[in-house]
Design a binder for this molecule. Structure first.
Ligand SMILES: Cc1cc2nc3c(=O)[nH]c(=O)nc-3n(C[C@H](O)[C@H](O)[C@H](O)COP(=O)(O)OP(=O)(O)OC[C@H]3O[C@@H](n4cnc5c(N)ncnc54)[C@H](O)[C@@H]3O)c2cc1C
Ligand code: SF4
Ligand code: SF4
Length: 660
């Protein structure tokens, strides 16, 4: 520590932040006040301290030996603490001999009166000066990083992330809980706004990821346990028994063909077709290995049948197979677990489940698909072609009773449906919408194209779908009752078929996945990113990234972009070979530890354990996130925290109290 006569020499730098701070805080007065504080050797002001010339002021004063520790009074440390620690280091001092005073968010932005704001800024500067006087130089520890990555969820976002990482030469484990990767996109026929065939653009990617030497797909698998920390995660994955030996199976499909039990509703076809007990969800599945659905398998019920085993040319069927646990060690994790469609039965007034010709958008996607239940023909339950089709937007979205959020894709996919209904049936189409949201490249053009095609647009939330006629024209039809808000009248529109454009919700198990990986949720339940604008694919847990619809409703282009972004972030991390840990961890003074163990259960990151030999608590430093929970709880004061020890905090409080 470069101190003169044992005293620290503190430099205080006050930022105007343009007029953000200077408009309310009297900068001149604040600098004069700072100069008068004990141990302050230099006090300066600058318009933008974070700019290069601003930082240079600090660096030069340090190099000239005028100061040996630094206080910057500026905006939030969340934005610029790193910047000024770096400047302190560049000037030749330890970067932790630095203290930040937030006089923007805590003062100028929240205080109307200029005098009050200046007084408050003085108090915060005095506090920071007192605290920095007690700061100690700290070193960042370096820990090695595993250069492999885990991706959880094999939809388009996860596939894209896997391909980026694998192409950069990194080993990737892609864990998918279903028998095949592909996610929701694999169910679609065409994709908006370009109407390209979903399979034509998705299948090559699925094949590429399936064949990539750097990607190991763990399908029909789920993560069970996660421990460790950024750069060094240990993950236990349950590989559910398929009852088919993956090494032996060639995917010939003989077992599927020979299985006599073909009456299980197909999950992939939304229950509109039936599949056999041994099945692949869809023809382009990756990996191309069937699964025996144990619950419905007659062999597992009564030991009879076994046709699949009898006919398999590779003797790959293995009824004795059990779940396996695979242990992985990875440096980074990308969560890309996607979304769950809103359950339309939650709105009984729309008649889903009661009226056979009220169907959901995912059911309609399957109907449109040439490989789907109707071979791509748009038909009603009785096989007739509908003459009038209604598409109800925002089902379960933008509604305080269900989900307040906008699902962002429903307007666009409803327009896609309207076009495809026209194209395949010539039927009259009504789109019932609240607001038309077509913000995306080429999306507005697509909307205009639909208007030109003669689609009817009715602006209003559908109140009810009924089959009770009020006039002869309604006989034998479903009727949508809606207030048309553009003309201010309640309308009843008779239709043959109604498609409910269900919104996107977080996956049913998203809270469990969040808990496993230490990720938070935003108010709508989707995974919370670190910063909505500046770190949209990072999370508050270092080394865990998010991509795609698990972070919030989004379309395919945005999911792909996030997959690529998350992969780039993960790559930047694992490419480093080593990483530096922030030194703001807890530490134990063993002589003071009574061994009461109060702290151990409280640590949310399992960073503390008891040493039976020495009868004291010890800290696993890389696991500690510096939350301070244990420090506050320790009854004997044995736990303290670097950068936040009691003495420093008390001195900071004194600074606030005595400044006025
Ligand atoms: C009816 C409908 C039509 C649409 N049409 C279009 C369109 O035309 N164009 C467009 O751009 N967008 C469209 N979308 C939006 C599109 O579906 C999404 O943008 C896209 O699917 C998001 O991809 P994803 O990979 O994030 O999630 P998903 O596709 O949901 O994939 C997530 C994957 O993660 C797996 N998973 C989930 N939880 C776990 C777990 N715990 N462990 C392991 N694996 C897990 C799932 O099984 C799944 O394979 C449509 C959406 C709907 C509902
Ligand atoms: S018959 Fe055998 S080799 Fe063919 S798909 Fe079934 S399990 Fe695989
Ligand atoms: S500071 Fe928080 S993370 Fe670190 S050991 Fe204590 S409780 Fe655990």
């Amino acid at each position: 520590m470069t101190q003169q006569n044992g005293h620290p020499k503190i430099g205080v730098y006050v930022c105007h932040c343009g007029i953000n701070i200077a408009d309310k805080v009297d900068i001149e007065q604040l600098v004069a006040f700072a100069s008068s504080l004990p141990f302050v050797a230099v006090a300066r002001e600058y318009k933008f301290m974070c700019s290069d010339p601003g930082q240079e002021l600090i660096e030069q004063d340090l190099r000239d030996g005028l100061i040996d520790r630094v206080v910057v009074a500026a905006c939030s440390p969340l934005m610029h603490e790193g910047t000024f620690r770096h400047a302190t280091e560049e000037g030749g001092a330890n970067p932790f001999l630095y203290q930040h005073a937030n006089i923007r968010e805590h003062v100028s932005w929240v205080t109307q009166d200029g005098k009050l704001a200046t007084d408050k800024a003085k108090a915060l500067v005095a506090a920071a000066v007192r605290r920095v006087a007690l700061a100690e130089p700290l070193e960042r520890k370096r820990v090695p990083i595993k250069d492999e990555a885990l991706i959880v969820g094999g939809g388009i976002a996860g596939i894209e992330a896997a391909l980026v990482l694998a192409s950069a030469g990194r080993k990737v484990y892609l864990v998918e809980r279903e028998p095949s990767i592909g996610g929701h996109m694999a169910m679609f026929d065409k994709t908006f706004p370009t109407l390209d065939c979903a399979a034509c653009i998705l299948t090559p990617k699925m094949v590429q990821v399936g064949q990539h030497p750097n990607v190991e797909i763990l399908s029909y698998s789920e993560v069970e346990e996660v421990s460790g920390y950024v750069g060094n995660f240990k993950v236990r994955v349950r590989r559910k028994a398929r009852y088919i030996d993956e090494e032996l199976c060639t995917g010939c499909g003989v077992c599927i063909e020979k299985c006599p039990w073909k009456n299980v509703p197909s999950e992939f076809d939304q229950g509109l077709t039936e599949r056999s007990v041994v099945y692949m969800p869809f023809p382009q599945a990756v990996p191309r290995i069937p699964v025996i659905d144990r619950e419905n398998c007659v062999y597992f019920k009564n030991g009879k049948c076994g046709a699949c085993k009898k006919f398999c040319p590779r003797d790959a069927v293995d009824f004795e197979q059990e779940d396996r646990i695979v242990e992985l060690e990875v440096g980074a994790v990308i969560l890309s677990t996607g979304f769950k469609p809103f359950d339309a039965t939650r709105i009984p007034l729309y008649g889903y489940g009661r009226f056979p010709n009220v169907i959901t958008s995912l059911e309609f996607e399957r109907m449109l698909n040439a490989a789907g239940p109707t071979g791509g023909n748009v038909v009603m339950k009785d096989g007739r072609v509908p003459r009038r089709v209604g598409i109800v937007h925002c089902v379960g979205s933008r509604n305080q009773n269900y989900n307040a959020h906008c699902s962002t894709v429903c307007c666009m996919y409803s327009l896609k449906f309207a076009h495809l209904v026209h194209e395949r049936t010539g039927a009259e189409v009504y789109n019932f919408y609240i607001d038309m949201r077509t913000a995306g490249k080429g999306y507005e053009d697509f909307y205009h194209r639909l208007m030109a095609e003669g689609t009817h647009f009715v602006r209003g939330r559908v109140a009810e779908v009924t089959d009770v006629p009020q006039v002869p024209e309604e006989e034998g039809h479903l009727v949508v009752q809606v207030e048309d808000t553009l003309i201010g009248v309640v309308r009843r529109i008779p239709l043959d078929m109604i498609i409910l454009s269900v919104g996107m919700e977080p996956q049913a198990d998203s809270a469990d996945v969040r808990r496993l990986f230490g990720v938070s949720a935003s108010a709508d339940g989707f995974f919370l990113e670190k910063h909505p604008k500046l770190a949209p694919t990072s999370t508050l847990t270092d080394g865990v990234f998010v991509a795609g619809a698990c972070q919030g409703p989004k379309d395919i282009p945005a999911s792909v972009a996030q997959g690529q972004g998350a992969a780039a972030q993960a790559l930047a991390l694992i490419d480093g070979a080593f990483m530096e840990l922030e030194p703001n961890t807890a530490y134990v003074t063993e002589e003071l530890c009574s061994g009461c163990k109060t702290c151990i259960g409280l640590c949310p990151y399992n960073a503390l354990e008891f040493n039976e030999e020495r009868k004291v608590v010890v800290l696993n430093e890389p696991l500690c996130k510096g939350c301070g929970t244990c420090v506050a709880a320790c009854p004997s004061g044995a736990l303290q925290q670097h950068l936040f020890n009691d003495e420093q905090i008390l001195e900071e409080i004194r600074g606030v109290l005595v400044s006025g």
